[in-house]
Design a protein around this ligand. Structure first.
Ligand SMILES: *Cc1c(COP(=O)(O)O)cnc(C)c1O
Length: 377
């Protein structure tokens, strides 16, 4: 829920138009919770979740490392004060000239999931460390990342062997169990796969060192989620189960779990209407929708808590939609959203848990609506 600092900011500044307000204190709390939950793991914040310079600067100051996906994100992390040894180029899909640029900037850690990508890295970043991403099924995740990234473990063996042959440092294995992963057991199978890759390559004298356990740590939306501590315990148990007492170096890359609950979007009700006199479902149109930053409502995947000033009043289901002239800009319809019957055009509503994957998903100017404004306090 919005912190008092966020509520005070909105009450005094009264920004017009939709905006995101991020409370840095909450981000700091999340960072410390991850540190405490997995004290042996290095934290690489996934910059894409929210690259606001204030957030990156604070995390850099707290000692965080950064998972980046492009040269621009690498430069943002460097500008925030991170040294190159604290930055990974974690995208498995990179232009060779971007790898070369990253290497010039001092980046020494790269993700791959194919021999084709290994060849680019070997040419453009000779001698660098690479880790190979293995596929996961994304089950249990509300925003699965599924088949686009990673390869099967048997192929990861080939990819890392090839990297070794080309003079790269075959450094480790990575995976991502899917974003907003609410199944504590999801890391277990992936860690078993990682161990199998370690064991197979060890037989050839290639000694991997690191497991990158990705993101997936959830934000609380409408339902409770387990604590960082609970994730830490489950992951540590699986690590011990698969690796015994020879634990590898580990990395986690929280994005959503680092910033999601730190942000609140303020929005305004533009229209409440019906499609027929005898309709019992109202259509509620906000001044923000899928193109204004709420892209994760796609397929109604992420269901944000919405707070109004009339929440004590009786509620009834509504279709919730954005303001643009695109019929795809409907957020919740298959499962309508209960909102107060007294809700009125012009009312302000707060959309909670929106610190991650909102500002960067907003369109540039669809229908002339400006990108989502953001304040980091
Ligand atoms: C997006 C991404 C993350 C962050 O995932 P969350 O579920 O938001 O924590 C971490 N690592 C990689 C490689 C990613 O692409």
């Amino acid at each position: 829920m919005a912190t008092q600092r966020v509520l005070d900011f909105l009450a005094t500044r009264r920004p017009s138009g939709p905006c995101l307000v991020v409370d840095l204190d909450v981000v700091a709390d999340n960072f410390h919770a991850f540190e405490k939950a997995l004290p042996e793991s290095k934290i690489y914040y996934a910059v894409k979740a929210n690259p606001a310079p204030e957030i990156l600067r604070m995390l850099a100051g707290l000692g965080s490392s950064f998972d980046t996906a492009s040269v621009a994100e690498i430069e943002m992390a460097l500008d925030a004060g991170a040294t190159p040894d604290r930055i990974s180029f974690g995208n498995t899909i990179k232009k060779e000239r971007d790898v070369a640029r990253a290497f010039e900037l001092g980046i020494d850690l790269y993700a791959v999931d194919s021999v084709e990508e290994v060849e680019k890295v070997a040419r453009a970043a000779p001698g660098a460390r690479v880790f190979c991403r293995v596929l996961t099924d994304g089950e249990g995740a509300e925003w699965p990342l599924s088949r686009k990234f990673g390869c099967v473990p048997a192929m990861a063996v080939d990819v890392l062997r090839h990297a070794n042959r080309l003079g790269l440092a075959a450094y480790g294995v990575s995976f991502h169990v899917g974003s907003q992963q609410t199944d504590l057991g999801a890391w277990d199978k992936a860690l078993g796969d990682a161990k199998a890759v370690f064991a197979r390559l060890a037989e050839e004298g290639i000694l991997l060192k690191m497991v990158n356990m990705g993101g997936g740590f959830p934000t609380r939306y409408l339902k409770d989620v387990p604590t960082a501590q609970a994730y830490g315990q489950a992951i540590f148990q699986s690590l011990s189960k698969h690796f015994g007492n020879r634990l590898p170096e580990t990395i986690i890359e929280p994005g959503r779990g680092m910033v999601g609950n730190a942000g609140t979007i303020k929005s305004e009700v533009v229209l409440i209407s019906k499609k027929a006199d005898n309709d019992n479902v109202r259509w509620v149109f906000l001044d923000i929708g899928k193109f204004g930053g709420l892209a994760e409502t796609m397929d109604e995947a992420i269901r944000y808590p919405i707070v109004t000033t009339r929440d004590g009043d009786e509620k009834a289901p509504c279709v919730l939609a954005g303001p643009t002239c695109d019929s795809a800009d409907v957020m919740y319809e298959k499962t309508p959203y209960p909102l107060p019957l007294t809700l009125t055009i012009g009312d302000e509503v707060l959309i909670e848990g929106t610190g991650a994957y909102t500002t960067t998903y907003a369109s540039v100017a669809f229908n002339g609506f400006e990108p989502l404004r953001s304040y980091v306090i």
